[in-house]
Design a protein around this ligand. Structure first.
Ligand SMILES: Nc1ncnc2c1ncn2[C@@H]1O[C@H](COP(=O)(O)OP(=O)(O)OP(=O)(O)O)[C@@H](O)[C@H]1O
Length: 689
């Protein structure tokens, strides 16, 4: 083993030195390339005199500009490539790799060794020095297999024998420890990682992804992947690693903007914000469901907080006969251009055999056609042509971008047409945006009620105006249990081309809702929409110590107790205290907080924000709200609804005896969720108010 350590240390020193040297030469190349590009631009700017005197001069000038642009593109591309390598090396230097696989291929005599890191690095193309964790070979490492096995590369199964699976604990160029899988039963690297203090931002789990998590991360076949995992089983981590994996795997097909990640609130978004950049990937589109809904909502309309009826609306939309009163008059400068009855007539003439959104599209096309015909005929009319000659310089500039001098009938007519299009631009835009539809009235008609729910409105608008997001390819939803079936119906309609990753935990359903989401109903809904769901369950508790895991699982189900696997066995037993009122609670809290480690981040979790404010003000500790970021260390106080999804070494539950936690339907879920925020220590105050 000593020899192995020495050999590995010298390999690490060599790799580290190579990374450092390459970084230095890349920095030099970046400077040189930037200087060369700068002087090239200056020189060619002077040499490429713009000469448009004749047709031949035009061609010469365009050719010169083209060559110049190509050369500038070349410099830019080179700069980007160098920057990418630089950023990979910068990420690798603190820990160049975390694992090694010795593989024996059937047709090769020698054993091939591959080192796996958080990014790829090669000095030469044929011989990678470090393999990216997302590369096909790395799959073998995560699958934790020894001996004869296969991995997939370019849709081909490749046979190999895994001779060694080695993990490294290292820092910069210093090798601290080596673990060989054929020797160790547990995953020591995982234990080391989990025992580190939690902080205010989530970290990536690249080096210690577990087999069942790896399957989820690398899934490229499921249409909808539903992950049902206990608290702290790595659902959020897996989603983020999966995004990085998909961006790598489909790097020639998708970019980060083709991926949408829905998060529960802004505090949570800031908590996970560092993970993807630390994996060298741009963050995807990230927002809450309500933020996603904003473009579909009209600010001027007042909504009520009643329940939504998407299935009912959906069933009624297909053969909806829009009545005259659900159209709006279209006016320009107070003048009615299309009144409701005209629009209704146009709509009625569209084919009843096509879908409602297509009928509305057809109505729009006819209306725009009428305006265009009108403009065409007016553009030949002397009255309008003479208006053209009366345009001031400023007006001409606005309409045409420059002053005009039409010198033939044709050019006068074309310019008049352009002027008329300009004058009608608002009208055309109103029609193109289908402002002639009174969506509110349509919903009220379908539901036969005056009160309006914002999701009903957004959905009807989405369907009638066909506002789907076709460029989205992957949608990831964290905390899926907090969504209603109607919200999912909305998203299925809004994102027709996506693959879904839905992660959640039914036991963490803590919001008051008439329609709590059951995963079976969710699967059923996807099936009704011809989307096949694959379910994966995660039963391993990574975040919390054994003692804390047992405490929170007790509020889950008895079936769960038998299924879970605990990684950090043992730990400090949770403390339960009964306080006989707010004064005693405050006294106890004071003592409990004094004993907390001030160098890490700890939390006091309350049932609501009023109690959080009282505690925060009394002890002068930060009261966390939705738009805040967590501080790096110290004690914070926040309501459970915001603490959801977050984690802390030490947690104090302020009022586990309150009605919030005693709720008949949701109480147990709330205790499960609150307890599972803690990784190291948990104090539960069962205050009686
Ligand atoms: N394979 C792993 N290696 C190292 N750490 C891990 C691994 N899996 C999970 N963890 C850690 O466990 C903790 C919980 O992970 P995460 O927050 O992703 O779980 P979760 O299932 O989303 O939790 P919850 O449902 O309670 O919000 C995090 O600190 C994460 O870094």
């Amino acid at each position: 083993m000593e020899d192995i350590f020495k050999t590995e240390q010298s390999h690490l020193s060599y790799v580290y030195k190579t990374l450092q040297d390459t970084l230095q030469s890349i920095n030099e190349s970046l400077d040189t390339n930037a200087d060369t590009a700068k002087s090239f631009k200056k020189k060619s700017g002077q040499e490429t005199a713009l000469n448009f005197d004749s047709y031949a001069d035009n061609l010469d000038t365009f050719a010169a500009i083209e060559t110049m642009n190509k050369q500038i593109d070349y410099f830019n591309n080179k700069q980007t490539q160098l920057q990418n390598i630089k950023s990979n090396i910068t990420r690798l230097l603190p820990a160049p790799y975390f694992a090694k696989m010795d593989l024996k291929y059937p047709d090769e005599e020698e054993i091939s060794s591959f080192y796996i890191g958080s990014a790829g690095f090669s000095k030469t193309t044929e011989n990678p020095m470090i393999l990216d964790w997302r590369s096909p070979i790395a799959d073998l490492y995560y699958n934790n297999k020894m001996g004869s096995t296969t991995y997939n590369a370019n849709n081909r199964a490749i046979n190999v024998t895994v001779k060694t699976r080695r993990q490294f604990l290292l820092h910069d160029d210093v090798l601290q420890n080596i673990f060989d899988s054929n020797l160790a039963i547990k995953d020591p690297l995982l234990l080391e990682t989990l025992q580190k203090s939690k902080n205010n931002e989530m970290n990536s789990i690249t080096a210690t992804i577990q087999k069942e998590q790896n399957t989820i991360i690398r899934d490229t076949t499921s249409q909808a992947l539903l992950v049902n995992g206990i608290a702290g089983s790595g659902k959020t981590s897996v989603v983020l690693q999966r995004i990085a994996y998909l961006l790598y795997h489909y790097r020639n097909q998708i970019i980060s903007n083709n991926v949408l990640l829905l998060t529960p609130n802004s505090l949570f978004t800031s908590y996970i914000n560092k993970v993807l950049p630390s994996l060298g990937e741009e963050a995807p589109l990230q927002m809450t469901f309500e933020q996603m809904l904003e473009p579909y909502i009209d600010e001027k309309i007042e909504f009520e907080d009643n329940s939504s009826h998407l299935s009912y609306i959906s069933n009624n939309l297909s053969n909806l006969n829009i009545p005259e009163k659900s159209f709006r008059n279209i006016k320009l400068n107070g003048l009615s251009i299309f009144n409701k009855s005209t629009i209704k007539k146009i709509f009625d003439q569209t084919s009843k055999s096509i879908t409602i959104d297509k009928r509305i599209d057809a109505t729009t096309t006819v209306m725009i056609g009428i305006i265009e015909e009108n403009i065409e005929s007016n553009s030949r009319d002397g009255k309008f042509q003479s208006q053209l000659s009366e345009l001031t310089d400023l007006q001409q500039e606005r309409i045409f971008g420059h002053n005009i001098t039409p010198n033939s009938d044709k050019t006068t007519q074309l310019a008049t047409k352009k002027m008329l299009f300009y004058r009608n631009r608002k009208l055309i835009s109103l029609i193109k945006h289908k402002k002639y539809l009174n969506i509110k009235s349509i919903i009220q008609l379908i539901l036969n009620t005056d009160s309006l729910n914002h999701l009903d409105y957004a959905y009807t608008k989405l369907r009638l105006l066909n506002l789907t997001k076709k460029d989205l390819k992957f949608v990831m939803i964290d905390e899926i249990q907090d969504y209603s079936l109607d919200q999912i119906i909305f998203m299925i309609a809004a994102f027709p081309n996506v693959k879904w990753t839905l992660v959640g935990d039914e036991f963490q359903s803590i919001r008051e809702s008439n329609t709590p989401l059951k995963f079976d109903d969710l699967k059923e809904l996807f099936a009704q929409n011809n989307i096949k769901t694959t379910q994966k369950d995660l039963y391993t508790s990574y975040r919390s110590s054994g003692e804390i895991t047992k405490a929170f699982v007790a509020h889950g189900s008895t079936e769960l107790i038998n299924r879970i696997k605990i990684i950090q066995t043992g730990g400090i037993k949770p403390q339960f205290l009964v306080n006989s009122g707010i004064n005693e609670l405050m006294e106890h809290l004071k003592a409990q907080m004094t004993s907390l480690n001030k160098d890490t981040l700890s939390a006091v979790i309350t049932s609501d924000s009023d109690l959080a404010t009282t505690i925060g003000q009394k002890f002068n500790i930060p009261i966390i709200s939705n738009s805040d970021r967590l501080p790096q260390k110290g004690i914070v106080v926040l309501p459970l609804i915001l603490a959801k999804g977050l984690e802390f070494d030490d947690v104090i539950i302020a009022d586990a005896g309150s009605t919030y936690y005693l709720d008949k339907d949701l109480g147990e879920n709330r205790l499960y969720t609150a307890f599972s925020r803690a990784s190291r220590s948990l104090v539960v105050n069962e205050t009686i108010f």
